[in-house]
Design a protein around this ligand. Sequence first.
Ligand code: 0FX
Length: 243
Amino acid sequence: MKILVITDNARVLKEKKNLDKIFDQYGKVAYCYSDNNLELKKMLKKENAFFSINLKNLPSFIFDFDLIISWHCKQLFPKTLIQNVRCINIHPGYNPYNRGWFPQVFSILNKKPCGVTIHEIDEHLDHGKIIAQKEVPQEKYYTSKSYYDRIIETEFQLFQECADKILKGIYQPFFPHDEGNLNLRSDFNQLLQIELNEVGTFESFIDRLRALSFEGYDNAYFFDEKGKKIYVELKLKCSDNDS
Ligand code: 0FX
């Protein structure tokens, strides 16, 4: 069988060797990324094993694949592709809750479950029938980053556990019990500015800040009286050193 993994996530590509060990038992695997992903383009410049793709302009060879896996691919799959090739998505969220962008950020805020969902791709975002899923329970001391790290770890575990049935296509997918909710990048952007005169509880402020704390990204900010933009990040430490 011919398998294509499309990803826009450098962390997924770091697992390539381990993933190859699984895929090699079933067929031939190829890896690609979105052609507007400049970070991966730069990173993989010299690597022949990867190519880039624009799903708005489908190359004819894509229809030769038996299975296409979107493993954090940031492009929407066009109808012609999902109608002709078995396409599945590996999503860092627990569908149908907080479908779309950065599920753990929104789960920290609205307390809906988060985790991993492997599902068939349909025309809507993170929406198709579910093949497998696993919840990653949240703790009060998680930031977006520490929660995300656990979710990504679970993603690889769940895929490993289900690889045989996914690759053989022997599973009974099911629709989630309801539509759930969807968050877009614009919803995330709206969370970033902190109004200093906002009134609330400490708990809600801590939740907001930990939802926006992700090492490496400047997310939450406020403006000082001179108009200077100041970024805020929360560091949490659990007494048993688990954070
Ligand atoms: O690849 P990914 O982990 O996932 C995103 C969507 O959340 C997911 O629903 C979709 N299926 C997939 C194709 O794209 O996203 P990322 O690598 O851009 O970001 C990872 C985490 O980093 C995110 O959960 C929160 C954090 N982050 C990211 C950006 C870009 C921030 O805190 N601030 C940011 O500006």
